[in-house]
Design a protein around this ligand. Structure first.
Ligand code: SF4
Length: 326
């Protein structure tokens, strides 16, 4: 398996200081990931588990109060792994959008509301390519939209003139304009209706298939993971607790938290109320000792309260951090 992006014991915390008091939010707390080339990799978990912070870390976009505490981030560029946090800011800037790009949660954060969309495309191309000609930019933007099956008229309107779904698809087109090898998508379907969600999902699948790149998608929506991703990692309290092929995780979840996430999904024809996960996610300022899931876990026993479980390999592609896994 060709690994296009890796992390080794990655720790990124928010370090907040106010009136002499220091508060540390352990948002990403020792994450090891090996993301293969040419697939859609999902990261799931409840709000506040560290998923979006993990994406920021993967983009090497750490702005105070978010800090790198420990660990490595490695990108496979021209057959070599680059230790990203040891690179200069200029080199990281060069890699961003050409090697790795980012689709944020809200399309309005990206598109300037007072400019026609083509201006945002031009500004993007101007700051990330050496070309200078507006007609060349326009051709490039038009070609790319055509490739993605989007109408070129979107370039001639203001963001508010597009529906939420079309705006999000336009942002996806912008983020993929330079053909990045890795695309990070943060809740790309949130706040969209079901029809718009489907269009966004189809677009992401089409991009992955046509450009043979890797998409790392964060969403709390397990239904979207089931439809789109090929592998997934389940995150809880800043750590990965289970990782494996998506169909295997849905067919045979092993970690009690994964089981809860899957059981709480509605099923067609089943009118029984779904059981939510008892309790709420822990504070990342002072996560529980031992296995962080123990206060909510129906199977917790004494060891879980004091010791953090290591990963157990279920098979070559599937690992679980739970004492009961084997
Ligand atoms: Fe539950 Fe213990 Fe497994 Fe954690 S290690 S998920 S508390 S059984």
């Amino acid at each position: 398996m060709d690994i296009v992006l890796k992390t080794e014991n990655l720790k990124t915390f928010y370090v907040l200081e106010s009136m002499g008091e220091k508060k540390v939010v352990q948002a990403v707390n020792g994450v090891d990931l090996n993301i293969p080339r040419n697939e859609i990799f999902g990261i799931a978990g409840e709000s506040g588990c560290g998923k979006s912070t993990l994406l920021k870390a993967l983009l090497a976009s750490l702005e105070p109060p978010l800090q790198l505490i420990d660990g490595k981030l490695l990108y496979l560029v021209d057959g070599e792994y680059l230790d990203v946090f040891s690179l200069s800011d200029d080199k990281i800037k060069e890699l961003r959008w050409s090697y790795i790009s980012y689709i944020p949660q809200g399309s309005m954060h990206v598109l300037n509301p007072v400019k026609k969309i083509k201006e945002t495309f031009f500004e993007f191309l101007e700051s990330h390519t050496k070309r200078k000609d507006r007609s060349e930019y326009l051709n490039l933007a038009n070609e790319h939209l055509k490739e993605l099956g989007l109408p070129s008229r979107v370039l001639d309107v203001y963001p508010h003139q597009l529906s939420g779904g079309m705006r999000q698809r336009t942002v996806i087109a912008l983020a993929t304009l330079l053909r990045p090898r890795v695309i990070l998508a943060d809740e790309p379907t949130t706040a969209l209706d079901v029809v718009a969600q489907r269009a966004v999902i189809q677009l992401l699948k089409r991009i992955q298939k046509e450009f043979q790149n890797t998409i790392i998608m964060v969403t709390h929506d397990m239904g979207i993971h089931a439809q789109v991703t090929t592998r997934m990692a389940i995150m809880y309290a800043g750590k990965i607790v289970e990782e494996g092929p998506t169909d295997e995780l849905f067919a045979k979840p092993i970690h009690p938290y994964t089981k809860h996430l899957i059981q709480s999904l509605p099923k067609i024809g089943d009118k029984e109320p779904r059981e939510g996960i008892p309790g709420s996610p822990p504070s990342l300022v002072s996560p529980p000792p031992g296995c962080a899931f123990h206060p909510r876990c129906p199977y917790a026993f004494e060891r879980c309260k004091v010791e953090s479980p290591e990963f157990v390999k279920i098979n070559q592609n599937h690992r679980v951090a739970c004492f009961l896994a084997d």
